[in-house]
Design a protein around this ligand. Structure first.
Ligand SMILES: [Zn+2]
Length: 281
């Protein structure tokens, strides 16, 4: 693994969860990479590239002078839905009880009770007439993942885009009747409120990123929002397994506004449609 896991900036692995804004690197265009490849192939390997002298991609012309790396933008499907949504849902399900850090809040029997409530909320939401509402009814596979300790990033056989409906149902469940007293007792009022806040922010952000048009003013607000969001998200979810929150999917949010400025709406470079076509073949 290279020292610099992001192809768009020179962030190091240890800082992938940093909320601070990161400048796009000017060191990653094709010509510069070819130069480094000629002069110091070892350092190129340290940047996460395989030194390859005759790489045809170095000679291609790109719309942006930063070249190949900036032409491969992060996308909503992988960075947001499979990054933030799965970590948030799994982080919530894996919360430990405040009175006993060894016990999960969602024991098997409590999980069954919550699943029944989620089922009712999801079914009620599915009966709304709003055509933009995501799928919220999952009668056969349920809502909450129940992963083993070393597999905390699964989504319980759901497609990435279905995670929108799962998170929305979870948020409504918490805001409606959601076993309020039992949850407050096990999780603590403050922490529960933190989760409600970050669930709402995550849903709103993903919806916002799917907009058809963006103004420069909106993107400037988003640039100010991203550090706040990453800080709040990592502080709330507090993942400790594996690399914790030091994940490239968490970091890539920093680069969305630059990519929208370059390529237009985020839907233009989302990979949902091409992946769907590939999986159907
Ligand atoms: Zn980066």
């Amino acid at each position: 693994m290279g020292k610099f896991p992001c192809r768009m900036c020179s962030i190091t692995r240890n800082c992938l969860d940093s909320p601070n804004n990161v400048l796009i690197s000017k060191l990653t265009n094709g010509n510069t990479i070819r130069l480094i490849c000629d002069q110091n192939p070892t350092s190129l390997k340290g940047m996460g590239y395989y030194p390859c002298h005759n790489n045809v991609l170095y000679n291609l012309k790109y719309c942006d002078p930063s070249g190949l790396n900036i032409s491969l933008p992060p996308d909503i499907l992988h960075a947001i839905l499979l990054g933030y949504f799965t970590r948030l849902i799994n982080g919530f399900v894996r919360l430990k009880q405040i009175s006993n850090e060894n016990l999960f809040v969602f024991s098997d029997s409590f999980m069954d009770e919550v699943e029944r409530d989620l089922h009712s909320v999801g079914r009620a939401l599915a009966q709304q007439s709003d055509p933009d509402l995501p799928k919220t009814h999952f009668p056969s596979i349920g809502y909450l993942p129940n992963p083993k300790k070393n597999e905390d990033n699964g989504s319980r056989k759901k497609n990435a885009h279905e995670l929108r409906g799962v998170l929305l149902t979870l948020l409504c469940f918490l805001l409606l009747n959601g076993k309020q007293k039992a949850l407050e007792k096990r999780i603590g009022e403050d922490r529960l409120a933190e989760f409600v806040k970050i669930m709402e922010l995550t849903l709103v952000m993903e919806q916002w990123l799917n907009k058809e048009e963006f103004t420069e003013e909106e993107l400037k607000v988003f640039d100010r929002f991203v550090p706040y969001f990453i800080f709040t998200f990592t502080e709330t979810v507090r993942r400790t397994d594996g690399m914790g929150m030091k994940l490239i999917k968490i970091h890539l949010l920093h680069h969305f506004s630059t990519m929208i400025r370059l390529f237009g709406r985020a839907k233009n470079f989302d990979t949902f449609v091409p992946e769907k076509i590939t999986s159907q073949k």
